[in-house]
Design a protein around this ligand. Structure first.
Ligand code: F6P
Ligand code: MG
Length: 473
């Protein structure tokens, strides 16, 4: 079912695939080991502590195999339906070694194998080795969260009072709405730049710099393909033509914490503006690519907002304390919490996990391996795919010519699929499509762009693409 274009391999020395397998993955596994050590040290039940130590050994073995370039071993069967397919594909691919394997397969395998250690245990089922890191990074996004909460509340109150439409022609109102949609989308797009699997050593200051509104404005020129307007057109048209009907927008989530926060900002805005009547969120079933959203992360985020003062001022692990929030700041966050909880309770904001999202393959396979999911997405007005990994999976992490049209590279998810795809991707991997001729070459010539050797400009999350395909046209 996959496209013929070859994929990136961890043996490609000029691609981020080899940097990932050489440097990034060992750091990620070490982080998981450290986290589990810390938790095991607090466990009083002997049997549970012993089992925790055995999981640490399994993680260490996997790290050893990775660093000594051993073959990938078949996954232990933890009873979930995807294991057979992971193992079958491993065999079909000739049981590759860690440093000469398809990047996409081996990276998914890494997280799925970690999951088996926990799912096959007695006491550690559902444990998330990245949970601690996810929450503490969300806490470090405090300035950006407060800034956005204030901006959002101001907009919501303005909309309620009807003030923003006063004295304006219908055309001006429509233009203002288009601009606001675009702002909300950009907030949501750049929220993806701060994912934890890539930025393994982010400082508090780094995170703040990446998330503020000034950073966003400065980054507008870094959106290489920008189809936000086309997405607005379809949602606006649907609102005009099917005012009373259900109009659903789906968000295939990426990272938790700040990115989930901005996804919810966009979701809340779409519902309030009547551009959608239901939002379906698609999280991962298991801890995935370090920071991806699980259903528990969604609940944790909302819980943190019940009492923002307590959450944001609690001392961190090192004992560092934080300044109190002002009354207005507390109110701004609570306003969002109230709105999102209501949407959730009213069934307008739905969380719908599916095991397909943590399988190893690209989305070209969806109609065949998850037909019910494919049909479900056809019901949606627009399916928003967040982040780098979703984009890699849409186009099979393949070595496309970068000028290949997006609609070609997404294959069965493209024209006539019945699915409208919108990808919000900050580039953190080599694969990219839909660029104007000459753009890749130009970017490669920038300092650190990689020259003729490599496409380094696409590795850091500094550049983005927003690509649209109207599968209903
Ligand atoms: O390329 C670095 C990387 O961490 C890949 O592992 C993965 O494709 C991606 O970035 C994760 O980013 P995102 O959270 O945006 O999908
Ligand atoms: Mg992610």
């Amino acid at each position: 079912f996959d496209p013929k274009t070859p994929q990136f391999l961890t043996s490609d020395r000029s691609s981020f695939a080899s940097v990932s397998a050489d440097d990034r993955w060992p750091v990620i596994i070490t982080g998981a080991i450290d986290d589990l050590h810390r938790t095991v040290a607090t466990v009083t039940d002997d049997e549970k502590a012993k089992e925790g130590k055995r999981i640490i050994e399994k993680l260490a073995t996997m790290k050893y195999e990775l660093q000594h370039d051993r073959q990938l071993t078949p996954l232990d069967d933890d009873g979930a339906s995807d294991i057979a397919s992971y193992n079958k594909e491993l065999e079909q691919r000739g049981t590759p070694k860690w440093h000469n394997a398809p990047w996409l397969y081996s990276e998914c395998y890494l997280y799925r194998r970690m999951e088996t250690f926990f799912s096959l245990s007695k006491h550690w089922k559902g444990y998330d080795v990245f949970g601690r890191q996810k929450m503490s990074t969300f806490k470090s996004s405090r300035p950006a969260v407060l800034e956005l909460a204030a901006r959002y509340r101001e907009l919501a109150l303005e909309a309620e009072s009807g003030k923003n439409a006063e004295g304006k022609s219908a055309e001006e109102v429509a233009q203002a709405e288009r601009l606001l949609f675009s702002e909300m989308c950009e907030i949501c797009l750049w929220g993806n730049a701060t994912d934890l699997s890539l930025l393994t050593s982010l400082t508090y200051e780094d995170i703040q710099k990446l998330q503020g509104s000034q950073a966003r404005q400065a980054s507008q020129k870094n959106i290489l393909v920008n189809d936000i307007d086309s997405a607005f057109d379809v949602l606006q048209k649907a609102r005009a033509e099917k005012k009373a009907d259900e109009r659903r927008v789906d968000i295939v989530l990426d990272n938790s914490g700040f990115e989930l926060f901005v996804d919810l900002i966009l979701a809340g805005y779409l519902l309030s503006a009547g551009l959608a009547t239901t939002i379906v969120l698609h999280p991962k079933r298991l801890p995935w690519f370090v920071s991806d959203v699980t259903p528990k992360d969604f609940a944790d985020l909302l819980n943190s907002m019940v009492d923002p003062q307590a959450f944001y001022t609690a001392a961190d692990d090192s004992g560092k304390t934080f300044p109190q929030l002002s009354d207005k700041e507390v109110e701004d966050v609570k306003f969002l919490f109230q709105q999102w909880s209501e949407f959730h309770q009213d069934g307008k904001l739905i969380v719908r996990p599916h095991s397909f999202w943590t399988t190893q393959g690209c989305y070209w396979r969806m109609p065949h391996v998850a037909p019910e999911l494919f049909e479900d997405l056809q019901e949606s007005e627009l399916v928003l795919f967040k982040g780098d990994l979703n984009y890699r999976k849409l186009i099979n992490d393949a070595q496309w010519d970068p000028t290949t049209p997006f609609t070609t590279a997404i294959g069965p998810m493209g024209p006539k699929s019945g699915i409208r795809v919108l990808a919000f991707r900050t580039c953190k991997a080599d694969t990219v499509v839909g660029l104007p001729a000459g753009e890749d070459e130009k970017l490669r010539q920038l300092p650190g762009g990689g020259g003729s050797e490599a496409r380094k400009w696409a590795w850091s999350g500094k550049w983005a693409v927003v690509s649209f395909s109207d599968g209903k046209a």
